[in-house]
Structure formats: C-alpha cells, structure tokens
Design a protein around this ligand. Sequence first.
Ligand code: ZN
Length: 370
Amino acid sequence: MKELLRKLVQARTTPEGGELAAAEVIADELGRSGINARIDSWDQTRANVIAQVKSTGRKASLLFACHLDVVGPGEADWKYPPFGGVESEGRIYGRGSADMKGGIAAIVTAIKKIVEAGTRLEGDIIFLAAAGEETDSCGAKRFTGDCGWLPRLAGVVLPEPTDFEIVTAHRGMLWLEVATKGKAAHSSTPQLGINAISSMRAVLDELENYKIPFKPHSDLGGCSMSINTITGGKALNVVPDKCTLGIDIRTVPSQNHQEIISDFEKILGKLKLRNPQFDAKVSVIRGVESLETDNDCNFVKDFCAAVGTTKTKAVGFTTDGPCFASLGAPVVIFGPGKPEVCHKPDEYIEISDVEKAVEYYKKIILKFLS
Ligand SMILES: [Zn+2]
C-alpha cells in the first residue's frame, strides 16, 4: 500500500505531466490481483483508469470515484522533494499525498483485499480514477458522458481527504472573466482611442452595487463573490485596448449558474446602452455546480452506519461530486488526509490514516455489496 502511494506521488500528475503514468501504476497494481483495469487515454498524456469487479448483480453497485491529477508544487520551498514520495516519521510527503493519492492507494488496496479474499459480492465495485479534477473536470465529464455500460448504482463515494468526516454538501464555483475592448492610440492623443481600463471602471462600479440573489443554505451559508484579478494595458504611452477582470463566485444549491451569467450580460448591456463605445463580454473560465446529497436518504444513513457515525458535514472546497450526481445516485465524500495540508508546501498523509481508510472502505464495500 505504501509503495503504491509512493509510486503515485512520483508519477507527477500535474497539469503539465498528465495522468497517464499514474493510471498505469494503478492498472498494474490491480492486474497483480487479477483485476482488469482499462486505461482510457487521450492527448498523449491524459488518462482515466476504470475497473469493474463483477458480482451476482443482485444488488446495486458502488462507484468509487477518484482523481489522478494534482496541482503544481507552487513557488515555496519544500522540506522534501514534492514528487519524491519520501517517507518520514510515519508520513508520506509529496504533492498529492493527501489530495488524493492516499485515498486512491486505500481504495485500490481495499478492492484488492476483497477480491483476494474471494468475497462473494452481490453488487459490483466500480473504480474510477479520473483526469483533470483540479482544472476542468475533463476526466469525470468523459466518464459520465460514456456511462451506458454502468450497472445500477447504490451510491458514489469520493475518497477525497476529509479526515474521515462524511461530507454530503459543498458550494459550487463559478469563475467568470469580463473583458472590455477598446481602441489603441498614442496616449498623447487619448481622444483618438477608446480606453479599455476606463470601460472596466464602469463595470467595477456596477459590480460594487450588484448582489447575487440567493437563498441561504443551513450548512453552506450564502453565496460569495470576489473580484480577484485585473489586467490591462501594455505600455505607458499606449491607450489600452483590452482589460480583463477575474471573478470568483461561490454558489449555494438554490442557485443557477446560468442566471448569474445572464445578470452579468444584463449589466454589460446596460453599460452599452449608456455608452455606445462601450464593448465588453463575459465568459466562463470554470464552473462546478454545488453538491447537496439528501442526508436522510438510505444510502447516507447506511454509509454513516458503516463508518460508525451519525454526523455529516458541509465543506468549503469543491469536487467532481456534482458531475457524478448527474448519474442519479447519492454522492458522499469520505477519505483519509487532512484537508488543510492540500495544495500547500510539504503536503503529507499519515500512513496510519491510509491504513485506517483501507479498513473503512472494506467495511463500506461489505455493507453495501455483500
Ligand atoms: Zn482532491
């Protein structure tokens, strides 16, 4: 299990590296226990890996949905090399060790143990480790876009780092870019140009007064909007012909992303009516819907019972969960690793937590599928 985790960290599945190397590590590992895994690869380095452990089919199956990719190591110095997979004082260090290669190592090991023990299963285990969760969810979308072969699902489990809390809700994320277009001119004669930065000032004034409508959620709170980037202008003596704004909006389940985008289009339309020279457009950089699984459904109740708790939780980060919710099955997020070490220097996972996760996943598989 430890070796598998170290190899997964060493596979360096950043956006530049792609996921293929890690997918091969997993396919080899499952293959050693006689489990056939299929690698679905594209664009040379991108990959999903999928496995299905067949059963009698009397019960609905479980989908364990992981992601192979990691964010980059960042600029800060690391105590251990970010892709070394170094073991020290009971921890494995490295980018992705917690988010979420520890979870992958645990579920792969649990599946192998179940199969090696010859356990009779009444429902299939479906395993997926997908590409691109940290960027555009391309792997999860590719999987759900071609899922006619999937058996009926009892539920979906995301082995993401929740430090063994059962997460059933998170906010959504909508990243918008507003770009204003102007006309370049020598800045000694600014009247001959159209200043894209001035146009953006008008947008900023409007956004200052814009409140995104929402119904507060009991666990997730409200919707937030933060303008986080602005770029414009190329030289001190040129009237800028372009200015762009980056906006991070976090949504709650009652909201519809399309309605927010329409609001932005209306604001830009209003500014255009006021000033015919005004030219701007809004585009979506990234959208992840919010997740809300019914805490009272049987799947969540049985899942809580298998884990030995009655508590579920809502969190601030987003996952591929909403993409899998589109399959029509309840989604829970549950796995080893501390959320606070993710995406930071010296990310690590306690080896004992990964071992604990193996036992939890075995219990969950037996609860639902035997
Ligand atoms: Zn993750």
